[in-house]
Design a protein around this ligand. Sequence first.
Ligand SMILES: C[S@@+](CC[C@H](N)C(=O)[O-])C[C@H]1O[C@@H](n2cnc3c(N)ncnc32)[C@H](O)[C@@H]1O
Length: 434
Amino acid sequence: MNSTLMRQTAALLNDMLQFESPADGKLSEFFRQHRELGTKERAWIAETAYGVLRRYRYLREISIAEPDEQEDTRKLILAYLIKIEGKSIRDLDDMLDERQKEWAVQIKSKTSEGFSPAILADVRDWFWDKLVAQYGEAEAMTICRSMFEQASLDLRVNTIKATREEVLARMLAENTVKDNVITTTPYSPVGIRMGSRLNIGKHILFTEGKIEVQDEGSQLLSYLVAPKRGQMVADLCAGAGGKTLALGALMKNTGRLYAFDVSEKRLNNLGHRLKRSGLSNLQAQLINNENDLKLKRLNGKFDRVLVDAPCSGLGTLRRNPDLKWRQTEQDVAELNVKQSNILARAAKLCKVGGRVIYATCSLLRDENESIAEAFLQAHPDFKLIPASEVMAQQNIELDTGEYLKQLPHLHGTDGFFAAVFEKTGPATDTAKPD
Ligand SMILES: C[S@@+](CC[C@H](N)C(=O)[O-])C[C@H]1O[C@@H](n2cnc3c(N)ncnc32)[C@H](O)[C@@H]1O
């Protein structure tokens, strides 16, 4: 730690705190512009900037900082190092000038007495109120605090090319990082959890397509889709294909798997990953929106349709803490319209006896249960299949009731929600709620 690192981190953070685009993009851009930085310096800058993003609201209060001034961004960093990292003023001596030492003394003496629960939970008031209404204050606080932690690095073994035992044995044999615990994931049969965040992108197992980086919760969603060999499967919001590739592996490279998305950039990324994966049953198609005419000829054709809907992402705050500050209640309301529309379109693609699986990485009822309930009301030709039943059939011991609901503090995954609907009969145009 020195004053140059402090200055560089403050500059990065200042940019991130404009909140006009995702923090991970800003971080990559910053490192591209500062190629002179070594591995340790990069790690320190990234951890400190993300540490501040995780605790931004609390740190502002404790340091009485205004984020739009360079100086105050340094105050936020100081507050983070002292209050969250537990550094003493002496630890920081090398990086502080006289003025900053004065700030440090002030910050050190400040307590959180009188701070509201939302400040202590480090979220915006609207989000806090919604979480309290859903979970009660104690659990809402536990959920928010669990999001202060860094997420683990989870890998999915691509069973087209390797077994979990083989990959685990190799990872363990190669492990030279002290205290790096490498284990199988508790629920996903193809997951491996790494204690320390290695640069997996350069690992031979990755370049050979034997592993992919994927949160265990996301891996489990493909088991909830439960595609069978030879089936017709659509991933309607495939993005860069995290779940698509997992589905392809579960289908053992048989049947037909369609990946649709409105983002060309994401589908291009899927293309790169597809090459590594060894899958040949997958076809990616760019669509303008869920009503694209390209989808029309596929109506009633699919055994499984996954809607991994665009959502607030508020279940992924361990990885994307900036979303806490970037998402608004208005954004969620706009997403709700999209979510319902895409889900309704998915229903048309599904054949009788087939299933539509609706998923989000949000914790909010508005994006989850409310969308699922409204869908069932408007689609009497579909019934809810309990997620616990599907998981049991997949030999996965995870019973969260009718819906699959994963939470960081309970399952060690990102926050995910999913519902399974089965089409029991042909749609009727008169199908409307009473
Ligand atoms: C949650 S992300 C998908 C993540 C991806 N399934 C994965 O596992 O990596 C939601 C995706 O929905 C896409 N999207 C947004 N609106 C859409 C629409 N109307 N039809 C299809 N995809 C849409 C976005 O481009 C985004 O890639």
